[in-house]
Design a protein around this ligand. Sequence first.
Ligand SMILES: NC(=O)CC[C@H](N)C(=O)O
Length: 304
Amino acid sequence: MPEIALLQDAVDIVRPLLGQGKVANYIPALAEVNPNKLAIAVTSIDGTTIGAGDYLEPFSIQSISKVFSLTMALNLYQEDEIWSRVGKEPSGHSFNSLVQVELERGKPRNPFINAGALVIADLLQARLSAPKHRMLDKVREISGNSSLCYDKVVAHSEYQASARNAAIAYLMKSFGNFNGDVNTVLKSYFHYCSMRMNCADLSRSMFYLANRGKTLAGKQLITPVQTRQLNALLATSGLYDGAGEFAYRVGMPGKSGVGGGIIAVIPGDMSICVWSPELDNNGNSLAGTAMLEHVCQQLGRSIF
Ligand SMILES: NC(=O)CC[C@H](N)C(=O)O
């Protein structure tokens, strides 16, 4: 089990990397975040959470929400209803690539690139009468923080700049792999991405991935087998085109977001969240990855 001193070291060691990455600016409201934030929190399998740096400061979770969406879809659908519409393979393209969707006739490679997450959002929209509310309720429940909220300014800002995601959704619709109204589903998807959570909230909410599908409150959210499968997909596709590098350096299933957060899991042991807004070329937090690398090296832990 890590100690606070180790987490503080991780924050201190990566501070010189600040300035080497770039804050996401394609979503105008995200460009305004302070680039110097650094944070880490760990929830151990005994349920205790510790953190260092700005770990109580909320940020935009962005694509980390794709883990929650897939989990909700697994609760609502038979597995073949999901996997007939989205694949399980790494994409080898950027997270918001359009070309692969065209080449592969509207079936996204995996649920963590934007195309795949939009199909999952389409599935949620079809089965839930109020998907945005249900998502918020679910994340409040599994994080144990009933005051979590969407950031309407970020959601709106992304909707105003949604040309690429809309193009992806319409292209999938042209292939018959998108059923709902594109603008309605996009609005839900942008809300999921805009959720504001801090590192402590996120490491607590991802505890089920380390705990065979059971949340901190002891609820079986997905089965142990589904949890293993979800972790496998996170290990192969959670960091987009940087998944190989992340596996090599960090060696844990993980999921990043362009808000600069990354969650990572050591099954049976702990869930971790780091945050640093500056991103590398693949859209993953540059100093966040380095913090995870430091922690896994110091602990001598990896899933490999
Ligand atoms: N990688 C990300 O975090 C991308 C999420 C962002 N909301 C988008 O759709 O572009």
